[in-house]
Design a protein around this ligand. Sequence first.
Ligand code: ADE
Length: 426
Amino acid sequence: MTATATTPKHEVKDISLASQGKQRIEWAGREMPVLRLIQERFSKEKPLAGIRLVACCHVTTETAHLAIALKNGGADALLIASNPLSTQDDVAASLVADYGIPVFAWKGEDNPTYHRHVQIALDHKPNIIIDDGGDVTATLIKERQNQISDIIGTTEETTTGIIRLRAMFNDGVLTFPAMNVNDADTKHFFDNRYGTGQSTLDGIIRATNVLLAGKNVVVAGYGWCGKGVAMRARGLGANVIVTEIDPTKAIEAVMDGFRVMPMSEAAPLGDLFVTVTGNKHVIREEHFAVMKDGAMVANSGHFDIEIDLKALKAKTKEVRQVRNFTQQYRLETGKSVIVLGEGRLINLAAAEGHPSAVMDMSFANQAMACEYLVKNQGKLEPGIHSIPEEVDKEIARLKLHAMGIKIDSLTAEQEKYINSWTMGTE
Ligand code: ADE
């Protein structure tokens, strides 16, 4: 199908890419059975009828299924990108032309365009905001106080966004409920670990085609994402070094069998560096100065602040584009540092983000969180709310069912035992 008279307002790169996008959206749907069930129920029950909704997400084949579920649930949904480099242009085109969903996003949009799209999203006067990183929520609070009374609540997809929401709450400016999708077990155990693990290495390999076996790979940050990247890099034969600032996570990395050291010691050893910390300038001037010639740096944290590219540029004589998403920075010293994906999320810049099988659970949580906000409108305190345990467990049950895997259930005797404190040593 091509653009019709009912085509909604949009800003996408090329609407003629729609048929390719539709084919890819359908392919992703094969591995999203849980979201499909929710979508089918939403189509019948319309739990989001009359709700104006803005989703600021990576515009991918998986996000397409979330957007379709929300629309089928009755929401007047509009989609913008949560990162200037992560949009899949064919998907954006298909959402507009085939599914009638307004999308304002294209791959490679500049920062002013990105911020203009955030304003367009807020012009939609949302009742619910789905955020990935917190930009729409932060802009609402900073610039659109007059719209806060329209808000039923927000949902947040990622660790970085949750950290921002906590800061908003501590500053007393989070005056509405925000659902913490990231910390649902069926989200971060799978998306952050297996999703980031696979897609980050996928992005690095697509960008460079390097062999990882035998390379020293330095993973900065041993949260769930760092654990996934370290595990998968080891699986490909790399010697993995972990850097951390948290003593407990550092012990975990040691006991998982990785070398742990400060970045100052890892910098001269690494062939490839991957930042997944959520913090800024984790790799900076003093580290670039001691790196091997040809060392590669990539980021898989939400924002492009983890690698201090300004400091690198200041010491650089020439930047050459050597492959897609691969730039060689020739330093004044004669050595080079290779920067992947401009320091932006490498898994979405150079690959396609997390595979659909994990996004199925993440976006099932998002859809259910929106329904929960509507059902509990006016009842939830301002602040950050967990996804209810029964929702999280139901998503896990549906996923297992779809995978054809059965598990045990408690016997009556076991049920009694775990609910009693009187039974100890027999
Ligand atoms: N975040 C990471 N991977 C993603 C994907 N495939 N779609 C949407 N958001 C993502």
